[in-house]
Design a protein around this ligand. Structure first.
Ligand SMILES: *Cc1c(COP(=O)(O)O)cnc(C)c1O
Length: 423
């Protein structure tokens, strides 16, 4: 059962709270996250990992609201971060440094230094240049950096062009054919301690075969590396499990873990999982209000106050998000063909195109489903639109976990150069 469903009176509820009630209090647009849904995803991982030597480092970039991070941290999650900003978020939410994994293809020396100073448990290195850089930084600090090397297993994850990361031509990881050289280099660098191998083959995967193939390739590599004299104690599998946007049938978390368990059997590695989207995507929605409806010759434009700056996925990834009226339409209501668009001056500013929806009019609320991942985190204030607030629901209570900034707050960080100031 989804945490977002109509009640008997026809009001769309987030658990026990009507979205309309939240809209009245915080205004639109806003993001809303369900605690029950967030917990349910976590629990599936926890159940599936029972008896495995494995842990979950939640990939913050999918949704890095502090309340969301703390919820997972309190349940026992570590964090997968890709910037020092995310590191600060993880630490601020109470996740200890030793449970943080630092990924990313272009970490700066200053960032590596900050990570080592904070006692980050594992740095996933993605190039020989980064090995040298990290070795130098660790030497300056007089510490040994614990690293894995992220390899690129050359597997097509079969997902959208912009979120597949494990093919030879993608910028991520070290080509699996060059990995032994990289490990040899790491072994010679005095301030690095190699603890394992990492991979992450893409995002929104809806089949398990790419995982199976990639793990098999990395497994072979691990055997070679051990023969070369390296200690490989950890295998970081990455994230990438898909969710339902339209009619996808992503594998159950338990089935995914079962495949990993089988493919890594006897390897003797501690496993790390870095799920992002799967833990938060379906647990969040974006709610907007219809500003006006503009009938056209071939279709109708429903102009809402949520826009591409709030949710860029439709225009960036051709993503399809389900859109529902917050007030349940009458079952016999006729539908009209429409585009749900925002007010921004870009033709790419749409949330949905060519949908058959019951007639909507000014003041109606609409809910965009599966917006909990790569939604609020990718928002911008383009057109000087304040970032949409984020709300967390837990049972019958809700709280604003990031307020909408005022326009004054938005303007206050900017200044005129001195030569423009009045005398
Ligand atoms: C983005 C990313 C993840 C999370 O990906 P999801 O598809 O959201 O699960 C995990 N690990 C790394 C290294 C990433 O870059």
């Amino acid at each position: 059962m989804s945490a977002f469903a109509y009640n008997a009176e026809g009001d769309m509820m987030a658990e026990g709270v009507a979205l309309e009630a939240i809209a009245r209090q915080v205004g639109t647009p806003f993001y809303c996250y369900s605690t029950a849904a967030l917990r349910a995803g976590w629990q599936e991982f926890a159940d599936g990992m029972r008896g495995m030597n494995a842990s979950v480092c939640y990939a913050l970039k999918a949704n890095s609201n502090l309340a969301v991070i703390k919820l997972f941290g309190d349940l026992g999650a570590g964090a997968d971060i890709v910037s020092v900003g995310e590191m600060r978020r993880a630490l601020a939410a109470g996740i200890p440094g030793r449970r943080i994994v630092y990924s990313g293809v272009g970490k700066k020396p200053s960032e590596l230094m900050a990570a080592l100073e904070a006692g980050i448990g594992q740095i996933n290195v993605e190039s020989s240049a980064e090995l040298e850089m990290l070795n130098a930084v660790a030497g300056q600090l007089g510490v040994k950096a614990h690293i894995t090397i992220r390899v690129n297993p050359d597997i097509d994850a079969g997902t959208h062009e912009k979120i597949t990361t494990g093919r030879k031509d993608d910028k991520f990881g070290i080509d699996i054919d060059l990995a032994r050289e990289a490990f040899a280099l790491a072994g010679r660098l005095p301030n690095l301690k190699v603890v394992g191998v990492a991979m992450h083959i893409g995002s929104q995967l809806t089949t398990l075969d790419p995982y199976r193939d990639a793990i098999a390739r990395v497994r072979e590599l691990i055997v070679q590396l051990r023969a070369d004299g390296h200690r490989i104690d950890r295998f970081d599998i990455g994230g990438g499990l898909g969710i339902v946007y339209a009619d996808e049938k992503p594998p159950a978390i338990g089935d995914f873990l079962q495949v990993v368990r089988k493919e890594t059997d006897g390897l003797g590695c501690e496993l790390t999982f870095e799920p992002g989207r799967r833990l938060v995507g379906e647990a969040g929605v974006l709610v907007g209000e219809v500003i006006l409806v503009k009938p056209g010759v071939s279709k109708t434009f429903v102009i809402v106050d949520a826009a591409m700056n709030d949710l860029i996925r439709p225009t960036l990834y051709d993503a399809w998000h389900d859109i529902l009226p917050v007030r349940r339409p009458r079952p016999d209501a006729a539908t009209i063909r429409c585009d749900i668009v925002g007010p921004i001056c870009e033709s790419g500013d749409y949330l949905a195109q060519n949908r058959d929806l019951p007639p909507l009019s000014a003041g109606d609320l609409v809910m965009v489903r599966s917006a909990g991942a790569y939604g609020a985190v990718m928002a911008s204030s383009y057109n000087t639109r304040p970032l949409a607030p984020e709300v967390m629901v837990d049972g019958t209570r809700f709280a604003v976990v990031r307020p909408r900034p005022t326009i004054d707050e938005m303007l206050s960080s900017e200044r005129f150069p001195p030569w423009m100031e009045k005398a």
